[in-house]
Design a protein around this ligand. Sequence first.
Ligand SMILES: [Ca+2]
Length: 523
Amino acid sequence: MKKLLALMLALLMLCGVAAAETVFPLSSEPVTLRIMCRVTPAYPDQDNSKVSCMIAYEQMTGVHIEWTNVPKAVFNNTLAATINDDELPDIIMKGAISNANANDWGSEGILVDLKPYLEEYAPNFYSLMKQYPSIEQAITNANGEIFGLPQVVISPAMRAPVKLWYNTKALAAAGYSEFPTTLEGLRDMLMAVKNTDWDNDGELNDVGIVATADYLRNYFYGSFGLRNRGAHHNVVDVDPQTHELRIFAQSENFRACMEYLADLYANGLIYQELFTTGKGKVSAQSASEDLSLFIDTTTFAVPMAFVSDWAGVPYQLEGPDGFAISSEIRSNLHSVNNFCVTDACEDVGLALRWVDYFYSEEGARFFLCGVENQDWEVKQDGTAYFTDAALATRTSDMTEDNFKAQFGMWAGGSVPAAFYDNLFGAEYEEQPMAMAVAMLNCASDVVWPFFNWTDEETKIINTVEADIKTFINNSFAQIVAGEQELTDSWWNNFVSQIDAMGAEKLLKVYEEAISRVFPDGNF
Ligand SMILES: [Ca+2]
């Protein structure tokens, strides 16, 4: 019996990983799909029709794409206006639409339920979904509908995006041979760097830590044991002592985290414009050598000429209570609803066959990195990398994203594709990869997937949780930037305001969802 079971399991696994061959062209008749896509400034003219894999894919598939390229900064508003005006494209791509919005638009008939089509028209995606149950769980709503395809992450390289990078020249000039391991050590080191003219330009002009506000919070939270259920949940986690659900911003450790960062900020050890311009200036700051430490996924914002000055910290810094958790850890998903089909689409099957190739190993590499033997090739040692012709287009003022966005659709993320181990560059380079593996080792034992809420729960998530999250993030920024003093009365008021905003209701909703997702109680 045991043997039979093992055999059946082995067979099941074989079926699970067997890639479905996509047959090209997808259409023998000329056919057009209209895709509205979120694009970042990395792309040439922010125009997907100029990306070489998309040019090649038109030839392969026989499907012409009419692109509506929408800059990231205005994407959500533009999408909302498009839906309001009933001028729908066939497909909405790279939008990372929240499950709550997708369920809303789905229930109004604007988005098509893809579930009945997946097995037949998206066999690569379908087999991934069956192989990784957390994927199916995260994208299937309470009515059993699926309104969008996600970015799947299989490789560890893609599961720990928040990393700490330091300028080795700055550290050496300040007398450090190794990066510190604790928050206290970090403060001392930043102070020493700040007081060193490490780039020898005659001025003390180091700008301190640069990060987006999100990444600043999500890195330092971990050193205080906060947000300990991973990257997909920003308000609720589990109290490490009591193992009960909590709104982590109401814990004393959240106060301690803000106090620590407010002290850094007041001493000029955090970039003073971080809460207004975020990491927007990494490129210029690293080129003028004013930057010694930043938090980001890789060094892709640093101009090529300076990249070799930078090294990463392959561990989470330890906080005052001994916490060293990496809080920005993804499940097997990066983002959901990156490929949604609208009711304006006349051939849902074709739309799905078009995207399904990107969930195969071969197709994912094509979609994300570009055309084999034109943009990249397999080198003699078996590793893949860009061709000489591709590398010849690289100029020293280009960031890695600028360079890559000429060939593939990776830059900017939230893609409808699967990230296997066969990619190269960016997160897959030796250093970021080693750091990602190390940060995964600092993850909590349990990382919550995206939850798919019921209609009733969605109402609470869209209102109560969204409001609490905004309130927490704004308060955090005010305290850290010193606009507000963190007194006892401010703190007590902050905690009770979260209660007044519906903390209990929100925790109840999490409790319900968790009883569905973790029926064994190991949440
Ligand atoms: Ca200087």
